[in-house]
Design a protein around this ligand. Structure first.
Ligand SMILES: NC(=O)C1=CN([C@@H]2O[C@H](COP(=O)(O)OP(=O)(O)OC[C@H]3O[C@@H](n4cnc5c(N)ncnc54)[C@H](OP(=O)(O)O)[C@@H]3O)[C@@H](O)[C@H]2O)C=CC1
Ligand SMILES: O=C(O)C1=N[C@H](C(=O)O)C[C@H](O)C1
Length: 252
């Protein structure tokens, strides 16, 4: 029996790609797209029963939390790509799930398998290097910075450094009135580039005396995210509760 799927943000760059991917998957049924002009109630029938088993959210940081809370309230599993999630928002989702413990919610800042692998490699490498910084590079239509991927990467690096007993990275900066050192995420500096012609790219730099390790991932086309999104759609029902990061669905 096919999994019935709705797409929230279906008219967007990512949402429209997800619709195409669902329409090409024989075990998945694309039931309904929800645009900014629609109501989430259109994922329910006239009696309030669910029309979809899973909803994929690729809206925006400003609206995704409200969408996910609505999905949880209605017992619809959620596969969430929209970024902009902070600890308070995640805590609200966890609290809402207490009343709907069978519902699965997957929030993943990046669904590209290569990006997930890059973040996993970075966590492993982190404890071996004195210095580590992250550069994320995106199209100039992106509304948030740094990217959710870069935040997730920096936090993974920081965890790896802590596990490895490392202290702060060396940095003699005394004056930085223009913020040239980038964002400081748990001690890892993150830099954001916005450039016409780019899609989604990340470079993770590790440094020791006499050597540098660079881990780079490039998404040249949004189709790169689709295998991960479809994997999430197929798996979310068997992962009740909140999961942050596709790596948790890949046994990484
Ligand atoms: N996890 C991952 O792998 C990836 C995550 N992303 C993230 O996904 C998000 C979307 O990116 P992208 O597709 O490029 O952005 P877009 O702006 O192209 O798409 C967002 C869509 O959501 C719509 N929207 C806004 N509010 C609502 C609402 N309340 N209900 C339904 N739809 C709504 C927008 O409509 P309108 O234009 O009319 O406002 C727009 O069509 C971003 O947060 C981005 O960081 C992006 C790529 C990969
Ligand atoms: O806005 C985008 O395009 C992307 N956003 C995600 C993020 O913020 O990490 C994932 C990917 O980098 C593309």
């Amino acid at each position: 029996m096919s999994i019935r799927v709705g797409v929230i943000g279906s008219a967007g760059r990512m949402g429209s790609e997800v619709v195409r991917a669902l329409e090409g998957a024989r075990d998945l049924e694309f039931v309904r797209g929800i645009t900014a002009e629609d109501s989430l109630d259109q994922l329910l029938d006239e009696n309030g029963a669910r029309l979809v088993d899973v909803a994929v959210d690729f809206t925006l940081p400003s609206v995704t939390k409200a969408n996910v809370l609505w999905l949880v309230q209605h017992g619809i599993h959620a596969v969430v790509g929209a970024t902009g999630w902070d600890d308070d928002a995640l805590a609200e989702v966890r609290a809402a799930l207490k009343a709907s413990p069978e519902t699965g919610v997957l929030i993943a800042p990046n669904f590209a398998i290569g990006a997930v692998l890059a973040m996993s490699f970075a966590r492993t490498a982190a404890r071996f290097y004195e210095s580590a910084e992250v550069i994320e590079l995106h199209h100039p239509d992106k509304v948030d910075a740094p990217s959710g991927t870069a935040l997730h990467t920096a936090r993974a690096i920081a965890e790896g450094r802590t596990d490895g007993g490392l202290g702060p990275s060396p940095d003699a900066t005394e004056r930085d009135p223009h913020g040239a050192r980038g964002a400081d995420i748990n001690g890892v500096h993150v830099h954001a580039v916005r450039l016409r012609g780019l899609v989604a790219h990340e470079e993770i730099l590790f440094g020791n005396a006499g050597e540098q390790l660079t881990i780079r991932h490039d998404s040249f086309d949004r189709v790169s995210f689709m295998p991960g999104v479809l994997h999430g759609v197929r798996e979310v029902a068997s992962h009740p509760g909140l999961t942050v990061g596709l790596e948790n669905y890949l046994s990484l």
